[in-house]
Design a protein. Sequence first.
Length: 241
Amino acid sequence: MKDKVVIITGASQGIGKAIALELAKQPVKIAITYAGNQQKAEDVVSQITQLGRESMAVKLDLKNLDTVKSLFSTVEESLGKVDVLISNAYGRSIFKPLAMIEETEYDEAFAYTKGTFFLLQEAAQKIRDHGSILVFSSGATQMPTPAGGTYAGSKAAIERFAYSLGKELGNRKINVNVISPGVTQTESLVAPQEMVDQLVSQTPLGRLGTPQDIANAVVLLASDQGKWINMQNIGVNGGIL
């Protein structure tokens, strides 16, 4: 991955941060995005630069298409043409029975889906040939749950965008894959202990995932070793049933 330029969205904490720090072990240049907490993002940039890599933080609000459409040009001006996009950012997840979802809640959930669509469009237009695009979804699209329909639907749409993009960009040797983490122990995971225990019991490997588990898979898929993997949905979930 020597001298490749990588954008990781939503990388000021959690899974995105773990991906950024794992990728920083490679000879790459890294742009991370944040939605609100600039200081957290700058702290991640500092950790990356301490590893000897060029890095920058860019504000990205998926509900503000101006920030979406300026992202690639902003990164190119400082780090060069982009080789890899890791689309990890998302917004507030809404979990309510479908019969109780308000129109405003639906609109909010799918505003992030819309933002991701136009982010992928920017990538299709501006990413370098032989590049890679990784799009985060969720195991929720494969495991229907009560109150999870709106969230799962918004993520399922993103998966279909990615598969279509893989078809469209194949002639430029750009591979496009989906990453679907299982339940992962991050700062944003808020669940009753009994629910956590149930999830662990459904996982053959007997634990929740960690951000590092996800980062390890992402780095493989973003590297030259992952170039023959294309248009796949990779479940990084310990085999949860």
